[in-house]
Design a protein around this ligand. Structure first.
Ligand code: F6P
Length: 521
């Protein structure tokens, strides 16, 4: 990044920008909103509350040109193998192009549609002949967080004949244990979602679910009706014993954290119907087209990515808050934590050189109105300078007076917080001083529905991609998660054998005390 000529100008601008107060940009320029927002149908992106001037933005746009961003976008959409460490394309964008689907994708959509119909019409039934009322998605990371977020957000518009959808992911087994207490085995269908179909978290839970169903039925064929698999690994699904028409495939060119656009989105289709799932894909495709074809200065994803670069690399901000002002977006922050930090949490360039600049910031977040009563104190008066994304939906869910009142109250709070963080206020004593100057962007979507959610998530995916290009890192692999998994398997064996050999003193000490406590009970 630092080799590009535009970076030198940016470094100087950055030092100047650190000296000014964000609020002064508004007093100096009444046209600031006009000049620092971008729009596309259904979405407005306001970045006027970022500490950036028009010249600084121009230099960022030049940096994008010099880093060959346009060529990288073309490579992404051409399906080139840009995930070099795994020798794969990153093809999630192809899943969303419904007018021009790949043959293998079309075939799988058809299979998914058939399965959804069989479940909705009660053709598919459990071991005792009863239809399914509940579906439990067993998966983790990308095989959990996307569908969890979307089905939670869209629960109000669930189809009348849709089953209730539940999610379990944690290998401690507690989530599954307490969920099973509320379910009827005769009417519960499990979806085993795993790109690799080797993840121990998912397979251990799937085995527990299988034991649970088996404790109610002796019929092998009947038990098989209760399980569906979603994976790229057909052989492993066969080995597990899944029926062929209970297997939905996707492909290695779909990354785990980009997989809810594939058959991993089955629970979304079960809740919203295939038309709802396609609306979700369509929204994402609209964002893909915007990203692919819009000049950089009006391109929301490019601007969002570049503003992140400005904040992180030139202004030194390392915390990114995600603040949706709608409780239906409860899981957005968890989802984006994986999307951004698993993608861009890298310390070497595509060529394997150690970077000499910062990459992905630390993301955290919460539904805005709750976060106001939790961590906003730090943002208003702490010592950390952070950046925030406020996400707001324009339309209330209905026109009932109480609904409209709550909606307006919510909007007022969102706007009050971004304004207070920006302008600050001098207090009667230092304890009541608000320094202000905390930067934010606001994403205003027309309404919360499948299409707009598709647009929002694709926007963040492309922002991540833009930043990866500027940082010259590969956002599509995740080698960092492997070491812990490997060590966990070794330690599990050592726990089972009560063996402390070659473990560090801390691990030995914890295990010794843990075993002692277990023996006491
Ligand atoms: O879908 P799988 O193969 O079970 O993997 C689950 C998750 O595990 C990870 O590999 C990280 O451990 C994620 O990238 C992925 O989304």
């Amino acid at each position: 990044m630092k080799q590009w000529p535009a970076y030198q100008a940016l470094a100087e601008y950055g030092n100047e920008a650190k000296q000014r107060h964000l609020a002064s940009l508004f007093t100096e320029n009444p046209q600031r909103f006009e000049q620092f927002h971008a729009k596309l149908p259904g979405m407005l992106f306001d970045y006027s509350k970022q500490n950036i001037s028009a010249e600084e933005r121009n230099s960022l746009l030049e940096l994008a040109e010099q880093a060959n961003l346009k060529q990288w976008i073309d490579k992404l959409f051409a399906g080139e193998k840009i995930n070099i460490t795994e020798d794969r394309a990153a093809g999630h964008v192809f899943l969303r192009d419904l007018t021009n689907p790949k043959a293998e994708v079309k075939a799988e959509w058809q299979k998914m549609e058939t399965l959804v119909k069989r479940i909705h019409s009660h053709q598919l039934r459990g071991f005792s002949g009863k239809p399914f009322t509940d579906v439990v998605n067993i998966g983790v990371g990308g095989s959990d967080l996307g569908p969890l977020m979307i089905t939670h957000a869209l629960d109000d518009s669930k189809l009348a004949d849709a089953p209730d959808i539940h999610f379990v992911s944690t290998l401690d087994g507690k989530q599954l244990q307490s969920l099973l207490k509320t379910l009827n085995a005769e009417t519960t269908l499990f979806v085993i979602a795993s790109k690799s179909f080797t993840t121990i978290d998912t397979l251990s839970l799937a085995r527990t679910a299988h034991e649970w169903i088996s404790s109610f039925s002796q019929s092998e064929q009947g038990i098989k009706q209760h399980f569906i698999g979603l994976s790229t690994n057909q052989a492993k699904m066969d080995e597990w014993g899944l029926l062929p028409d209970h297997q939905l495939l996707f492909w290695d060119w779909v990354g785990g954290r980009f997989s809810m656009w594939s058959t991993i989105g089955l629970t979304i289709a079960l809740q919203q119907g295939m038309s709802g799932f396609y609306a979700f894909l369509q929204g994402a495709h609209e964002m893909d087209e915007h990203f692919r074809t819009t000049p950089f200065e009006k391109n929301v994803a490019v601007l969002m990515g570049l503003i992140g670069i400005w904040n992180i690399n030139l202004l030194g901000l390392m915390g990114q808050a995600i603040l949706p002002y709608d409780s239906r977006m409860k899981y957005l922050a968890s989802y984006l934590e994986q999307l951004e930090m698993e993608s861009n949490g890298k310390h070497v360039t595509r060529d394997g050189e150690k970077v000499n600049y910062r990459t992905c910031p630390i993301l955290w977040g919460e539904v805005g109105p709750n976060a106001q009563h939790a961590f906003y104190q730090l943002m208003h008066q702490g010592t950390e300078r952070v950046m925030a994304d406020f996400i707001l939906f324009a339309k209330p869910t209905d026109q009932k007076p109480r609904t409209v009142y709550h909606h307006n109250l919510n909007i007022a709070n969102c706007l009050a917080q971004s304004r207070a963080l920006m302008i600050g206020q001098k207090g009667e004593n230092p304890h009541k001083d608000y320094p202000g100057g905390q930067v934010s962007s606001t994403i205003l979507l027309d309404t919360l529905d499948a299409r707009h959610l598709g647009m929002l998530i694709a926007l963040y995916e492309h922002k991540v991609f833009v930043q990866s290009v500027i940082w010259n890192i590969n956002p599509f692999d995740q080698w960092g998660v492997e070491l812990g998994k490997k060590i966990a398997l070794q330690i599990l064996q050592q726990i089972e054998n009560r063996d402390l050999t070659d473990l560090d003193a801390s691990t030995q000490g914890i295990l010794t005390n843990l075993w002692k406590t277990q023996n006491e009970n």
